[in-house]
Design a protein around this ligand. Structure first.
Ligand SMILES: [Zn+2]
Length: 201
C-alpha cells in the first residue's frame, strides 16, 4: 500500500486496512492490498458513471486508488453522514468503507463489474457499519428507527440507492445481518443472487 498523506494519515490508512483485512480473513479471504490511499482536501468525481454519492471518500477500481477527504479539510464541516457530525471516528469508518470496496475488487477480480454498482455499495456499507464500535453503530441506527431490512434483494438497485444513500446503507446493513453477514457476503461475491440491474454498473 502507498499512502499519500501525513504520518497520522498513514496510521489511519494502516488501521483501516488491517481492520477490513481481518474482517475478510474471518470469511476465509486473504487479501493482498495493492492500493494507493491519497488524502486530499477535496474529492473530485470525474468518472460520472460510477460517481459515488458521498464526496467524503472514493474508490477507483481502474487504478486501485482511494481518494479520502482529510480530517481537517474545510469540507468536512458540511459532510453529515447519517446526520452525524464528521469526526475522526466517522472519518476512519468512511475510509473502511472505501477499503471494503478495494477488498471486493481484489477478491472478485474480473467479476467485479458483474456485481451491480448498488450491490457494491450495499456490501461496503454493511461491512462499514459492522466494523463500527457499538456506540457509533447505535448512533447511526437510532437516527433511522423506521428503516428495515430490504424485503427483497431486488431492492438493492441504483434507484433506491440514489433516493437516499443513508437510508440505503442502514437497510443494507440490516439485510446483511439478517442473512448471516459473512455468508451473505460470500453469496454476493459468487453472484448467487438475482441481480436487478446487471448492466447498471
Ligand atoms: Zn461506496
Amino acid at each position: 500500500m502507498t499512502v499519500v498523506g501525513g504520518p497520522e494519515e498513514q496510521d489511519r490508512a494502516c488501521a483501516a486496512l488491517s481492520k477490513v483485512g481481518d474482517y475478510f480473513a474471518r470469511g476465509g479471504f486473504q487479501i493482498q492490498f495493492e492500493l494507493t490511499v491519497r488524502f486530499v482536501t477535496q474529492v473530485e468525481l470525474n468518472d460520472s458513471s460510477t460517481a459515488h454519492q458521498s464526496v467524503s471518500g472514493y474508490y477507483r477500481a481502474n487504478n486501485n486508488e482511494i481518494l479520502m477527504l482529510r480530517a481537517n479539510a474545510p469540507w468536512t464541516s458540511e459532510r453529515k453522514p447519517w446526520h452525524l457530525s464528521w469526526d475522526e471516528e466517522i472519518g476512519l469508518s468512511i475510509l473502511e468503507h472505501e477499503v471494503a470496496h478495494a477488498a471486493l475488487a481484489y477478491i472478485m477480480g474480473g467479476n467485479y463489474e458483474r456485481l451491480p454498482h448498488a450491490w457494491h455499495e450495499a456490501l461496503a456499507y454493511a461491512i462499514q457499519i459492522s466494523l463500527m464500535k457499538p456506540e457509533l453503530r447505535a448512533k447511526v441506527l437510532t437516527k433511522f428507527p423506521a428503516v428495515q431490512a430490504f424485503g427483497s434483494t431486488l431492492e438493492i438497485n441504483d434507484v433506491v440507492y440514489a433516493f437516499d444513500p443513508d437510508v440505503f446503507a442502514v437497510a443494507a446493513y440490516k439485510t446483511y445481518v439478517k442473512n448471516g453477514d459473512i455468508e451473505f457476503l460470500k453469496q454476493a461475491i459468487d453472484l448467487k443472487f438475482e441481480l436487478s440491474d446487471p448492466t447498471g454498473f
